[in-house]
Design a protein around this ligand. Structure first.
Ligand code: AMP
Ligand code: MN
Ligand code: MN
Ligand code: MN
Length: 278
């Protein structure tokens, strides 16, 4: 069975994307997409808007990219087909909103100690009521001329291991997966090669993910190499997991991503779209 043109991982202004759900939908039309899942970080806030605007032209799948931890490693789980009305999910996301705000305050404090002005209010304004994260700080730093691009903001202040990379108690992987499952969704491990882990470690994570009730893994996304793609396909098969793919689109200004764009998949029989659309 041929798959429709789709993207199962992208961001809007409801988190750290720069396009509103309306603008994203327009771009999805321009790119000829037939299926779209909006997967903002730790929120589903853009979903209703997207649904209302869409008028059934593109099949919209509800989604979110859940930040969680496993053995003190941060992982991203894309939850797809989740029930946006689920009380459990609402409670989960409101806790995450609190956690992210607390973390943003701490990020601002750490940056002050590094000699930067207090950026909390500006970052909060940049997030505009959406899920606040490090990219909002990067954006503000660029606007204020404190860095020459956002990449530099991560390299100097916000990236892994830097002072502004504030660690907090994200939910555990098992809790995240059960929340997604109890909200009628499917859990997908996002971009497995982007956690600076060896393939041995990735296999370990995926075994735990499967045991906790995970449904699939992303095997194609910008930056994945053909070799990594084959490895991930094999791991999916060995663990009886479905495969998924998405652009992780955040902004039209990022030359390396575009909505609906990711390397072609080698195999699609066990694609999660079959389940989501079935
Ligand atoms: P947070 O949710 O606050 O932990 O921020 C994570 C987001 O920051 C990711 O989803 C990316 O959009 C962005 N990000 C992480 N690392 C980098 C980096 N090195 N350069 C640019 N953006 C990054
Ligand atoms: Mn992001
Ligand atoms: Mn991610
Ligand atoms: Mn993402």
């Amino acid at each position: 069975m041929d798959l429709p043109r789709y993207d199962l991982h992208c961001h809007s202004t409801a988190s750290d994307g720069v396009l509103s759900p309306a603008e994203l939908l327009k771009l999805a039309h321009e790119r000829g997409l037939e299926v779209l899942a909006l997967t903002d970080h730790d929120t589903i806030a853009g979903f209703d808007e997207l649904k209302t605007l869409n008028r059934n032209q593109i099949r919209i799948i509800s989604g979110s990219e859940f930040t969680c931890q496993w053995n003190s490693r941060i992982l991203h789980i894309v939850g797809l087909g989740i029930d946006s009305e689920s009380a459990k999910l609402k409670k989960y996301f409101s806790h995450l909103e609190f956690l992210r705000t607390q973390r943003a305050k701490e990020i601002a404090n750490r940056l002050i100690k590094m000699g930067l002005p207090d950026l909390f209010s500006d970052a909060e304004n940049a997030a505009d009521g959406g899920s606040i994260g490090r990219p909002h700080f990067a954006r503000v730093m660029l606007e204020k001329g404190l860095v020459s691009n956002e990449q530099q903001a991560f390299k100097k202040y916000l990236g892994t291991g830097k002072k502004g990379d504030v660690k907090i108690e994200w939910p555990d992987l098992s809790e995240t997966i059960s929340t997604i499952n109890e909200s009628s969704g499917l859990s997908v491990l996002a971009h497995p090669t982007k956690y600076k882990m060896t393939f041995t470690k990735i296999r370990e994570v995926i075994a735990a993910f499967k045991e906790f009730g995970g449904a699939g893994i992303e095997v194609s996304y910008p930056g994945v190499t053909p070799d990594q793609h084959l490895h991930l396909n094999r791991i999916a098969k060995n663990n009886q997991l479905m495969v998924s793919a998405g652009s992780d689109f955040h902004s039209p200004n990022h030359a390396w991503t575009d909505l609906g764009k990711f390397p072609p998949l080698n195999e699609t029989e066990n694609h999660i779209l079959h389940r989501l659309m079935g």
